[in-house]
Design a protein around this ligand. Structure first.
Ligand code: ZN
Length: 196
């Protein structure tokens, strides 16, 4: 195939075969709020972390009662030569193929000082669908935090790392043997915010 031929074919594919209008592309930030007791830096452990969502199809409005996962480490082919995505999900009702990516560098740690406030933990590039519910599950990492006895200072990390935190039950508890403190995560809430 000549280069010119390839160019025209690509242009044709982009114009006539792109079934996802640009208005259906949306960036969504997942914000968490939680109470952290003697802990800081809550974050997914690595790129294998699975983000579980329920999605709404932007095309027909269907919301399947099924959790779908997205992982930075997964690459799935998107039909029509549009590369790959971290998750490709076909709507069972209208048949449209939707896809989503974890946005690079969107992962943020939820810190001790953030407690009780909504903060972005990750953001997603959504094409043809939007998340409507989130399930935190497992694969989180969090660090021990020693609150300072001096009111002027906030405190510092104890050095203890908890590397397989399971938030499935909506709360989690353990013991930091470096700081000699009980550690606890509770009151986990989430919200979705459209970003630019
Ligand atoms: Zn649909």
């Amino acid at each position: 195939m000549s280069r010119l031929h390839f160019f025209f074919q690509s242009a044709f594919l982009q114009i006539f075969c792109d079934t996802t209008p640009s208005s259906d592309m949306v960036k969504i930030a997942l914000q968490l709020s939680a109470a952290l007791e003697n802990l800081t830096g809550l974050a997914p452990a690595d790129d294998d972390f699975k983000w579980f969502f329920k999605f709404k199809c932007s095309s027909c409005g269907e919301v399947p009662d099924k959790w779908q996962h997205i992982s930075r480490s997964e690459e799935h082919e998107v039909k029509g030569g549009r590369g790959t995505a971290n998750a490709v999900i076909k709507c069972k009702l209208c048949g449209r193929e939707n896809s989503v990516d974890v946005i690079a560098d969107s992962i943020r740690k939820y810190g001790f000082a953030d407690a009780g406030r909504f903060r972005q933990v990750a953001a997603f590039d959504c094409r043809g669908m939007e998340p409507v519910d989130f399930s935190p599950r497992d694969g989180w990492v969090v660090k021990g935090f020693k609150v300072s006895e001096d009111d002027e200072e906030e405190g510092s990390e104890s050095g203890k790392v908890f590397d397989d935190v399971d938030l499935t039950e909506g709360e989690w508890a353990d013991y930091d043997d470096v700081s000699d403190e009980s550690v606890f995560i509770s009151e986990i809430k989430h919200q979705f915010v459209k970003i630019k």
